[in-house]
Write a protein that binds this ligand. Structure first.
Ligand code: PLP
Length: 414
């Protein structure tokens, strides 16, 4: 089919609003071939994927080894029956328990990050017998019922899902005194925090902030839920970003990249101490597709790859080189105002309230797909795949420089 026809059908039958929003900034991407760090539009034009769907393609598009794992799993299994024990699911859960910090132990499988966040919150409410969930005011944790009510919850009222006003409370990032004011009332079941919040362009936690939140949770009887859907799986140079900040959560949520980009799977890993409902009520959360067996085979290999010290060292080394390159660009182009970085979690803030929109378009015209931060249009998420090398770093930086020059010209004409 031709691009125009696909866009029109998608607009008619899928989501008119999305097609219109991208169309308004001149982005009409219909993805065709995809391979490694690249996506191609159906006219075969290549783009370096720096959004990678929030980490879904951490290991690249159509990873050959993971594809083989999936194909071979499909020769012997289907999705399986979620009510019964399965070898693939048990082995993956054991691996997750081994590769997560502290006494994180039980895994409840889900088919999306949103569902996994729902499970985390249900667990915290059961464990504490409290309802209130505290999150960052501009965070994002998903779009299902419960997950959609935490973080920036504009959709909560839009879809009429607000309960009591006290159930979902938002606080500002890096503000421990605001956090303490709320937690000290001892009504909070859990604090949910994305270790480095994507939707505001990856601002970094200040020294001691996440550890401080952990201590406040301990003091006032709330659980700490680490949302590692985007930041986990090797991106910071450690398997999990929370451990980079020396925090052991009570519950850890992973998704996106766990799928290897080829089979949807997400997981909520719960500490032994708080997972009692799994013994008491085996049917407390039922998910037909959660932990589908082909996905478990893929995810198990993903975990091995992402925890390989050779890969993690390369992530750290290449992140430093790329970071230096962005710092050089920042010194030459004041439009690039701030470079935030923790490993290959990179946020770029521009000197204009709509700077990331302008830059996103300029990068698109220069063969890079990078996404605006959803709740701050001056900031952009920049997440290359984990197998970065010098040639790709050079290519990325050259294209950024061209795009920055283009923006500088556009800005000067305003
Ligand atoms: C930090 C974070 N948590 C949770 C989710 C929800 O994941 P999913 O889209 O798989 O439901 C997302 C999705 O973008 C996310 O970025």
């Amino acid at each position: 089919m031709e691009k125009r026809q696909i866009l029109e059908m998608a607009k008619e039958y899928v989501c008119p609003g999305k097609i219109d929003t991208f169309g308004q900034v001149g982005i009409e991407l219909v993805i065709g071939k995809r391979e490694g760090p690249y996506i191609y539009n159906i006219e075969r034009q290549r783009f370096i994927d720096l959004h990678i769907n929030g980490g879904t393609f951490n290991l690249g598009h159509c990873h050959p080894e993971l594809t083989k794992v999936l194909v071979s799993a499909l020769e012997n299994t289907d999705i399986g029956n979620h009510h019964f024990a399965s070898e693939a699911r048990a082995l993956l859960a054991q691996k997750l328990a081994e590769k997560t910090p502290g006494d994180l132990h039980y895994t409840v499988f889900a088919s999306s990050g949103s569902e996994a966040v729902d499970i985390a919150i249900k667990t915290a409410r059961w464990a504490t017998q409290r309802r209130q969930i505290v999150s960052l005011d501009k965070g994002y944790h998903g779009s299902t019922g419960i997950s959609g009510n935490v973080g920036n919850n504009q959709n909560m009222d839009y879809f009429l899902s607000r309960g009591s006003n006290k159930d979902y409370v938002q606080v500002s990032f890096n503000d421990l005194s605001q956090m303490e004011k709320i937690l000290s009332k001892k009504e909070t079941a859990a604090v949910i925090i994305e270790t480095i919040p994507a939707t505001v362009g990856f601002p970094l936690p200040e020294d001691g902030y996440l550890k401080g939140v952990r201590e406040l949770c301990n003091r006032y009887g709330a659980l700490y839920i680490a949302d590692e859907v985007q930041t986990g799986l090797g991106r910071t140079g450690n398997l999990w970003a929370v451990t980079t900040f020396d925090v052991i959560p009570d519950i850890l949520v992973t998704g996106k990249g766990l799928s290897g980009g080829i089979y949807p799977i997400a997981a909520t890993i719960i500490s032994k101490k708080w997972g009692g409902w799994l013994s008491e009520n085996g049917f407390g959360h039922v998910s037909t597709f959660g932990g589908a067996e082909p996905g478990c085979h893929v995810a198990s290999r993903v975990l091995d790859i992402c925890s390989d010290p050779v890969l993690l060292d390369a992530v750290k080394k290449n992140a430093a080189i790329l970071g230096q390159g962005f710092a050089n660009l920042k010194s030459q182009y004041p439009f690039l105002m701030e470079v935030r970085q923790c490993g290959l979690v990179i946020g770029l803030k521009y000197d204009d309230p709509l700077g990331a929109v302008t830059m996103c378009k300029a990068l698109y015209e220069n063969g890079i797909w990078a996404m605006i931060a959803g709740f701050d249009y001056s900031a952009m998420q920049c997440k290359p795949w984990l197998y970065l090398d010098q040639a790709l770093i050079n290519d990325i930086l050259e294209r950024f420089e061209r795009a920055l020059k283009l923006c500088a010209t556009q800005m000067s004409k305003r």
